[in-house]
Each structure stands twice: as structure tokens, then as C-alpha cells.
Design a protein around this ligand. Structure first.
Ligand SMILES: Nc1nc2c(ncn2[C@@H]2O[C@H](COP(=O)(O)OP(=O)(O)O)[C@@H](O)[C@H]2O)c(=O)[nH]1
Ligand SMILES: [Mg+2]
Length: 274
């Protein structure tokens, strides 16, 4: 059975929490999303921007001056998450969307599941106390089909495969090695943590409709990428941790020239002009 290195050194009492949020043209949604972040419990927020053509980055910085801004090195949500995870410094990493569909106020639930012993806290929209008003009938059907395929092939008991709200101890990253670029990323993660024999707890989550703009996901294209990932992962041995094997070449924008920025997590939502 593979060992999660550094498990013993986990800071279970007051772990530092990094929030990693991929963003592609989410400026209109960020005020709501940031208003829901429990900053008093958060060490850092990293937005991983996909070279948005709106003012996503300026908006994020105006909402919270200490936000870290990472620019992904390739395209796609998978690559964005890989970059954000590589940049994160917390004991715990929470991955969350920036469109208003996933509620940052639920973060403590995920952290509690990890503190209680899980290696990976996996959000689910399809268990008691959960729900979704964002998922379309086609995506619902596809998610159920693909979820069943994973449970059959990997012996898991997942109730929701393709959900973007999850959290994990940072030492789990060496099992993930996110080498995919697109929306198949959640599937890749869920399959690899299962293959590694990690302890996985599902956390009920309520998904709302995205507030503004449109989803970038294309069900047929991305559904077939998910299916290919599920099948390919059966042929690849990724159970053992690979230190450093998953590092992408992201770029981080410099901090704002604001003397209060370093104190901003103690002073939530301080305003600064950019
Ligand atoms: N950086 C980055 N973020 C992305 C990309 N594609 C989607 N996202 C973000 O990933 C999150 C989920 O994307 P969304 O289009 O809402 O997909 P859906 O929730 O599956 O319908 C949102 O915060 C998007 O802004 C991308 O190519 N790059
Ligand atoms: Mg969305």
C-alpha cells in the first residue's frame, strides 16, 4: 500500500488553508465569490487566470489586495489547477470555482473532514444535504454514467465524479501529478487518489447556477475526454508518489505596491485601487 509522505507532520490543529480558484473572464462574479470567503480561516487565496480578456485580475485585487495572481502556462482548467497547486503554500489546498456556483462559505466543512482524518475531501452534489441548480439534464446523465464507470473500474463509491469543489492535504499532490489540461481534471484527480489508496471522504455541497457569463465546458467534447481519462488511467501505474513530477511552469504576478497587502488576510476585504 503506498504511503502518503509527510502524513505524520500534518498540522491538524491549525492547518493553513490555500484557496485555489481558476478564473477565465469571471470579473462580474468575483465580488459575490469573494464576499463569501471566510478570510479569517484562510492563509492565502490564489486566482489562476487563463489570460482573461475582462478585468478579472484587477477585480480580484480590488476586492482583496493580498490575493495571489498566477498566470497559467497552457490553456484549460486542468492546467490552471496544476499551476495553482504548484504555487500554493498552505497545509491544505481547497479548489473552488470562480463563477459563483460553488460557495466558499462551505470551506470549513472540507477542512473539518480533512482534520478528522481524510486525505482528500471530495465535494458531492448528490448526497444527503447536497444539491445543484447548475447542472443540466445532459450533464447530469453524463456525470452519472461516468461516475458509475469509475466506481466499477476502480472500486470506489463516489456519488459525484465531475465536481470542481474539493480539498486535500498538500502532501497528497505527489499522487496527483496533474498532467491533463482540460475539464477532465477532476476525474483524473479522483481516479488517482483512489488508485493511491488514500482516505477519501465525500462532503455534501450545494451548487448554485453560475451568476454571470457562460460555462466554458462543452459536454460532448469534455465528456469524451473524461471517458478517455478513465480508460487510460487503468493502464498507467500512478499509485506511487512522484516528488516534483507534476510541476508546471506557471508565472506569478508581483504583489501590489500596497503596504497593507501583507496584513490583508487579518483585515478582510480591505479596499485598494489598482
Ligand atoms: N484559468 C482558467 N480557468 C478556467 C478555464 N476554463 C474554465 N475555467 C474556470 O473554471 C471554473 C469552472 O468553469 P465553468 O466554465 O464554470 O465550467 P462548469 O462549472 O463545469 O460549467 C470557472 O471559475 C472558470 O472561470 C481555463 O481555461 N483557464
Ligand atoms: Mg461553473
Amino acid at each position: 500500500m503506498p504511503i502518503v509522505k509527510a502524513r505524520k507532520s500534518r498540522a491538524r490543529v491549525h492547518p493553513s488553508v490555500s484557496v485555489v480558484m481558476p478564473t477565465l473572464n469571471e470579473a462580474a462574479n468575483l465580488p459575490h465569490v469573494f464576499s463569501r470567503i471566510p478570510f479569517e480561516d484562510i492563509h492565502e487565496v490564489i486566482i489562476v487566470d487563463g489570460h482573461s480578456s475582462d478585468d478579472t485580475v484587477a477585480m480580484a485585487r480590488s476586492l482583496h489586495p493580498a490575493v495571489r495572481v498566477v498566470l497559467q502556462d497552457r490553456k484549460g482548467k486542468g492546467n490552471a489547477l496544476a499551476c495553482g497547486f504548484a504555487a500554493a503554500r498552505g497545509d491544505i489546498i481547497v479548489m473552488i470555482d470562480g463563477d459563483g456556483s460553488t460557495d466558499p462559505a462551505e470551506i470549513p466543512r472540507y477542512v473539518d473532514a480533512l482534520k478528522a482524518g481524510a486525505d482528500f475531501a471530495k465535494g458531492s452534489r448528490f448526497m444527503d444535504g447536497a444539491g445543484s441548480s447548475d447542472i443540466t439534464p445532459l450533464r447530469d446523465w453524463g456525470n452519472r454514467f461516468l461516475n458509475r464507470a469509475v466506481n466499477t473500474l476502480y472500486g470506489t463509491h463516489y456519488t459525484d465524479l465531475c465536481y470542481g469543489y474539493n480539498a486535500f492535504w498538500s502532501d497528497v499532490l505527489s499522487h496527483m501529478q496533474i498532467t491533463c489540461d482540460g475539464f477532465e481534471v477532476e476525474t483524473l484527480i479522483n481516479v488517482r487518489v483512489a488508485k493511491a489508496g488514500l482516505t477519501i471522504t465525500e462532503v455534501p455541497s450545494i451548487e448554485r447556477e453560475r451568476l454571470h457569463g457562460e460555462s466554458k465546458l462543452r459536454p460532448m467534447r469534455d465528456g469524451s475526454r473524461v471517458l478517455r481519462t478513465i480508460l487510460r488511467e487503468r493502464l498507467i501505474d500512478t499509485r506511487e508518489p512522484v516528488e516534483g513530477g507534476w510541476q508546471p511552469a506557471f508565472r506569478e504576478l508581483g504583489e501590489l505596491p500596497c503596504e497593507d497587502a501583507s496584513r490583508a488576510f487579518a483585515e478582510p476585504r480591505a479596499q485598494v485601487s489598482v
